[in-house]
Each structure stands twice: as C-alpha cells, then as structure tokens.
Ligand binder design. Sequence first.
Ligand code: NAD
Length: 296
Amino acid sequence: MSRIAFIGLGNMGLPMALNLIKAGHAVAGFDLSRDALDQLKQEGGSIAASASEAAAGAEIVVTMLPAGHHVRAVYTGEGGILAAAAPDTLFIDCSTIDVDTARAMADAAEDAGHRAVDAPVSGGVGGAAAGTLTFMVGGPDSAFAAAEPVLAVMGKTIVHCGAAGTGQAAKICNNMILGISMIATCEAFALAERLGLEADKLFAVSSKSSGQSWSLTSYCPVPGPVPTSPANRDYQAGFAADMMLKDLKLAQAAASSAGAQTPLGATAAQLYSLYSAAGQGGKDFSGIIRFLRGER
Ligand code: NAD
C-alpha cells in the first residue's frame, strides 16, 4: 500500500483514483471542485486542502489535469507540488499535454530531487472506470519501474515509450492517425452516397480491403455496419470532437516545435476546428461526416 496524492478528480481522474482506493492505497485528493472531493471522500479517500498539502504527505503524486498550463501551475507555480513534496517522490502526470511542457516538468522534477514520468492515457471514461486504460509512458527506466505497478491498477496495457515526453508524443501521434483516418473514412462514405453505393456494401468491401482501419471497422461513422459506433446514437460522444481537436492542436504544436511536416494533420485540425465552431464540439468526432456532407 502506498500513500498517493491524486490531483484533478474530473471525468477521468475520479474513477482512476477510486480504482487506487479499491486496490488498498491511501489516496488523498485535491480538485477545485467540491463535488469531486465529496465523491472521493464517500468512496474512502481523504480530502486535502490544497495540491501542496496532498503532495506533502505522499510517496506518489498522480495528476490528471486539463492542459499543459494547469500542470505547469500545479507543479511549479505558487504552492507548487514539486517544492512541497518530500525528496524522491514519484510524480506521474496522466494529463494529455504538450510535449515541451511535459519535458520541462520532468526536468523541474529531477532538479527538485524527484522522479517523474509522463503517462497519458487512451481508453476514455469507460476505460478509467473499468481499470482498462492504456498508458503511454515517458521517463527514465527507474521511474518507469516505480510507476508501473500503480499504473497497472488503473490500466491494462502499459507501454514504456522512451525518455521524458515520449508518452505524450505517442499519444498525439496516435490521435493524429485517428483524426486523419476518421476524416478519410467519412469522406469515402459521403462520396459513396453520392455515387449510389450503399454504405453496407462499401463497408463489406473496405473492411476486407486495403482501406481497412479502426475508424472503419470499430467506429464506423455511418449507422448500421458497426452497431456499437456512435453513428447509431446520433453521434453522442464517445470521444468528443473538441477532445480530438485538442489532441490535433497538440500534434501541430509539436510538429512546429520539432520541424516535422504534417500537412494532413494540419488539415485535420482545421476541419475539426470548423466542425467545433459550427457548434458540434460536444458531439462524437465521427459526426464530422455530417459536416463533410454539408449538413448542420
Ligand atoms: P475534466 O475537465 O473532467 O477534469 C479535470 C479536472 O481538473 C477538473 O475536475 C478540474 O476541476 C480539475 N482542475 C483544474 N485545475 C486544477 C487545479 N489547479 N488544481 C486541482 N484540480 C484542478 O477532464 P478529463 O476528461 O478528466 O480529462 C483530464 C485529462 O485527460 C485531459 O488532459 C484530457 O485530454 C485527458 N483525456 C481525457 C479523456 C476523456 O475521455 N475524458 C481520454 C483520454 C485523455
């Protein structure tokens, strides 16, 4: 059993923290939301008065925050957790943030005498509740070895991707593939409709041909061929278009910073930006087929 501080108890963080409690860890939580803290307490966690108070008593600190600037503020801002924690505390940041901030926070943690990994997740709220998340982990071998048993409580697949920041790199590269391939799949179904080719016939062909992808066979953007896909429930998210847009923007920031050419990633980011601006950011990201058809 470890003493774990958990900071950021939102849609993802709260169910992750509850799995740590169920596994017998002593979890002290902090969030800006009183409701989230009350839920943690009801399920056996304790409430800290601040992020630094939570970190001060912990062997391990997990953060699950919205974006890079939140992580930077919580790590190194006024009342920051790096300064508050005892030496050699293990920091695990599960938020999806930009690679540059992830690397800067890993350096800051090391300078303060701690160990740190970036460990963003895939698997969504369902995976967080079920403890089946995939973790993509960046950081030194020793920090990964220390983090792995804790991550194994919250997830099923844990991949050590390399040095600090490579967990975030894996996350945004994977989601850039997903964003581009979803748009390609949607364009193909929209074109098929115009050409008088029925959706289930295109699915029958492409699911067994070189156009096959996860976007087609697991998350088909038209109703029918894959009964579990959000297309069958009016594109209720699943994975919201605004979340996809966030990850595509992170990929663009990383590409710009690293000097990589990602023209299709840039186009995907622009299309999701337009879809979101049309008021559809809360819908599932596969709903972009409606936008590509010219529907509202
Ligand atoms: P969320 O907005 O539900 O939760 C974030 C929580 O952080 C909120 O409860 C907020 O009050 C808290 N918070 C913000 N600033 C804080 C601070 N200074 N101190 C303490 N708490 C603070 O977001 P989420 O859906 O749980 O996502 C968290 C992260 O996980 C994001 O980076 C997101 O991109 C990533 N992610 C989300 C999903 C998903 O399906 N929701 C999937 C994969 C990855």
